[in-house]
Design a protein around this ligand. Structure first.
Ligand code: SF4
Length: 440
């Protein structure tokens, strides 16, 4: 009887893609997915530590999952991802039920760690830096839920040093995956029927700089677009400083590159941006946006914002609201500043009281809500292309090139197809429309 695994994933798209890779790896060593954690012989928590809340969630899940050992004493509990890398043994002391620990550095070592744990050892493998054979992980297929859209991790880590961010500590320095390995995976995915490729990296636009023979990220976009079957290309997350003109040019030229970009600005005040060590000013960020809107017609922009960074004044915060008014983002991921252990910002003077952060967050969401309803109205009556990704409750669901979800009526035969629709009704997070024709 094959053993069963259950993976609980927290955090960003890269963590979800890592979990898809772990599923492929576990299948390749004879494990089957369990429907619920209660049925599993191996539970993996793939963790995030970008804010306080995810840390708490992990501990409460571990409190729940430990019950499995009452019913199945041979069951194993593993913790992976960024909290594992940041906390290591400190977390094992808090939760001694943990049998296995690894991070994004050494996912490929999981089979070995399972053997050690089954032999009764605590298999805690948190490394200071990625091992030389880290790229072995790409040999394992990903196992995805969506048959038409696939994440492809193209680089790991980040060389930036934003003062509030744990990523450089938990994911290491920038390591680009080889062009050949990426193109091979994209070919494999399109052979399986995938039509949309979503390139991932903590700072994806920095891809290629650290390769033995450096390659610009724009070149990767062109090469991926030349693979037969690639109908759409998305990429996340870019850093404004690395969004170079050649990347903007490629976005404008390559028909498959979707009309949407996630470009975090984090704060509007130059003083706060300097304290964050973001490496650009408000004007430089807005200049990038101007170039994007000029070159890539109708581009939909999304962003990340931190509210309540240490010493943030009312005037500083007004600068943040001003960027929202000027850019008019179609999606804003906004967070209250959360001091992270080991980051410079955690020890900065001038930490703000939570009620001030909460009040500013309320005003930011209010402003963004009004911008979103105006943007939604602008979609009504327009013609959009939608890749039909799934059928739910008798309706077809998919996303426009601008990354807006659309709900349509039509036959399931349209799954995986790109259809042209006329938008009949629009709300901030969903469009309704009638299908005009099948594009491809
Ligand atoms: S660029 Fe992003 S991932 Fe890198 S340190 Fe800054 S916030 Fe963190």
């Amino acid at each position: 009887m094959s053993k069963k695994f259950y993976i609980k994933t927290f955090g960003c798209q890269m963590n979800f893609n890592d979990s898809e890779r772990l599923r492929g790896l576990l299948r390749s060593i004879g494990y089957e997915p369990a429907n619920t954690w209660e049925e599993a012989d191996l539970i993996i928590l793939n963790t995030c530590t970008v804010r306080e809340k995810p840390d708490q969630k992990v501990l409460s899940h571990l409190g729940e999952y430990k019950k499995i050992k009452e019913k199945n004493p041979n069951a194993l509990i593993a913790v992976a991802g960024c909290l594992a890398q940041r906390a290591g043994w400190e977390l094992v002391q808090k939760a001694p039920v943990i049998d296995i620990m690894f991070s994004s550095f050494n996912m490929h070592q999981l089979p070995e760690l399972i053997n050690q744990a089954q032999a009764g050892y605590k298999a805690i493998a948190i490394l200071d830096e990625p091992p030389p054979d880290e790229d072995k992980i790409w040999e394992f297929p990903t196992e995805r839920d969506n048959p038409y859209c696939a994440y492809v991790t193209v680089m790991k880590g980040c060389d930036k040093r934003c003062t509030y961010c744990v990523v450089p500590a938990t994911r290491g320095r920038e390591r680009s995956r080889s062009l050949e390995s990426i193109l091979e995976e994209v070919k494999r995915l399109t052979d399986e029927g995938v039509r949309e490729i979503h390139l991932l990296g903590q700072n994806v636009t920095a891809w290629g700089r650290d390769l033995p023979e450096p390659v610009p990220f724009s070149e990767l976009l062109y090469r991926v677009s030349q693979i037969p079957g690639v109908e759409r290309i998305r990429f996340t997350t870019g850093h404004p400083k690395d969004l170079t003109d050649d990347v903007i040019e490629a976005m404008a030229e390559i028909p498959q590159v979707c009309n949407a970009l996630h470009l975090p600005f984090q704060a509007g005040s130059d003083r706060i941006l300097a304290l964050m060590d973001r490496g650009y000013t408000k004007e430089e960020y807005l200049e990038k946006i101007r170039k994007l809107k000029e070159k890539v017609k109708g581009i939909a922009l999304s962003t990340d914002v931190i509210v309540g960074f240490p010493t943030e004044t009312e005037e500083d915060f007004e600068e943040t609201l001003d960027v929202l008014k000027k850019v008019r983002f179609e999606q804003v991921f906004s967070f209250k500043f959360s001091p992270r252990p080991g980051t410079p910002a955690a020890n900065m003077e001038g930490q703000l009281p939570d009620e001030v952060k909460t009040e500013r967050m309320r005003r930011l969401l209010e402003l963004q809500k009004s911008i979103l309803s105006e943007i939604a109205k602008s979609y009504e009556g327009t013609v959009q292309e939608v890749l039909v990704e799934e059928e739910k409750d008798g309706k077809l669901i998919g996303r426009t090139s601008t990354n807006k979800w659309a709900t349509l009526s039509g036959s399931p035969e349209l799954l995986g197809k790109i259809v042209r629709i006329k938008v009949t009704k629009a709300s901030p997070f969903n469009l309704e429309g009638e299908i005009l024709e099948v594009v491809k």
